[in-house]
Design a protein around this ligand. Structure first.
Ligand code: SF4
Length: 410
């Protein structure tokens, strides 16, 4: 059986390392221009070099996103950028605009090209057209059904295809959306989306400005534009047998907790399926893990046809049951760990350690050592974000494993 690549977002160097620690076969990242995620702390040229070196040592592929649609006035800057990155050995560029493809061809004619979902490929004739242009792989539009995916893969032999399996969905057609431009002047199609589809709204009658009619779906108000998040974990078998070459996870702007938690689940689910497809079952604990993350309710999107109201999130904005509180920087020996704290923790907290392969251990915090601004570590019962602590645990963990705690409510 062919083994699809598990392709993960890498919004910065830390996220890249976490993605690889938790089992990504390939990562995609953006430079500081033309990458459609202007708010992600994107990679400088030096950081790209370091990222590529790291990926090589781990035998992980790295793709660079150049998938915005530049206007005429940006073309000189694009040429300059392409010349700067030309010596970097990315495995492929992810592009959308034919003008960008043409520019890449001039500067780096041998570079493998992957077509971004921004190009909205939804049928096999489009795919064949792109194949004739020398595109090696297409990230299919999220708006395709499984039947359409299968038909497209079958009709364009030699082309590689990617399907999104997890992450946020636009309420409009994959980013073809003007709400952010309209309300904030920030253009989603230039990578500046402010996500106004997730905001809550009131109704105002034209001749009564200032009189807001509440639109109430529940105690949270209304989220009339708010899509649920895509989750195709249960449908890994049909996606693999459809012949797609990569299962892609969305979320370069999400935190390391998201990257780690989603990958550890999909990694194990995919590996178990590939090892024993006939006996594969989607384990409830995998779905429970994904429910612990901040999300807006899950949907299968368009995979089985038009989503209609099942794709709409009417219940609430974000749901999550756990807080991410830290990451292991180093394992020092004798079970002593150097931990970078990301959320306040204190004695008495029940802390879970999560690692690749669904490793999961927990400990109730007692005393630990905290590093102050200066000087030696001192015993403490509280640690705050950005502090580092020394903690000893009675189980085996690895650098890069994450710590989380059940969400404190009230
Ligand atoms: S406002 Fe929402 S639907 Fe529009 S591009 Fe941004 S995330 Fe997508």
């Amino acid at each position: 059986m062919h083994r699809p690549e598990l392709l993960a977002p890498a919004g910065n160097m830390e996220k890249l390392k976490i993605a690889i620690h938790y089992g990504a076969d390939a990562v995609y990242l953006g430079g500081q221009a033309f990458g459609l995620r202007n708010k992600a702390d994107n990679f400088s040229i030096d950081e790209m070099k370091a990222a590529l070196d790291f990926c090589r040592t781990k035998h992980v592929k790295a793709y660079l996103t150049i998938n915005s649609y530049p206007r005429n006035e940006s073309l000189p800057e694009l040429d300059e950028y392409l010349a700067q990155i030309a010596p970097l050995p990315f495995d492929a560029y992810i592009v959308a605009d034919p003008g960008v493809i043409d520019a890449v061809r001039q500067v780096s004619p041998e570079r493998e090209l992957h077509l971004s979902t921004q190009a909205n490929t939804i049928n096999w004739r489009s795919a064949r057209f792109w194949q004739q242009q020398g595109v090696r792989r297409i990230n299919l539009a999220r708006e395709m059904s499984l039947d359409n995916i299968q038909e497209t893969v079958t009709n364009v032999p030699g082309m590689e295809f990617e399907a999104f399996v997890h992450g946020a969905l636009c309420i409009s057609y994959s980013g073809r959306c003007l709400i952010s431009s309209m309300l904030t002047g920030r253009d989603a199609n230039q990578g500046e989306c402010t996500h106004p589809c997730r905001w809550s709204y009131h109704l105002v009658e034209e001749s009564r400005p200032g009189e807001y009619f509440p639109v109430v779906e529940d105690e949270n108000g209304t989220f009339i534009f708010n899509s649920r998040d895509l989750c195709l974990l249960e449908h890994i078998p049909v996606l693999v047998t459809s012949g797609v070459h990569a299962l892609k996870i969305e979320g370069r702007m999400k935190g390391i907790n998201y990257v780690a938690s989603v990958l550890r689940v999909y990694r194990q689910a995919l590996d178990e399926y590939l090892a024993n497809p006939d006996k594969w079952l989607c384990r409830p604990e995998w779905l429970e893990e994904l429910a612990k993350l901040s999300h807006r309710g899950y949907t299968t999107g368009f995979l089985f046809g038009q989503p209609r109201n099942v794709g709409q999130e009417y219940e609430s904005a974000y749901i999550r049951s756990h807080d991410f509180v830290g990451v292991i920087d180093e394992v020092l020996g004798d079970g002593t760990l150097l931990i970078s704290v990301r959320n306040r923790i204190k004695a008495g907290d029940l802390i879970e350690f999560i690692g690749p392969g669904m490793r999961n251990d927990s400990v109730t915090l007692q005393h630990f050592l905290v590093f102050p601004e200066r000087g030696a570590a001192t015993p403490s019962e509280v640690a705050n974000p950005n502090q580092r602590i020394l903690l000893t645990v009675p189980f085996t963990v690895e650098a890069g494993d994450l710590l989380r705690r059940e969400k404190i409510t009230g």
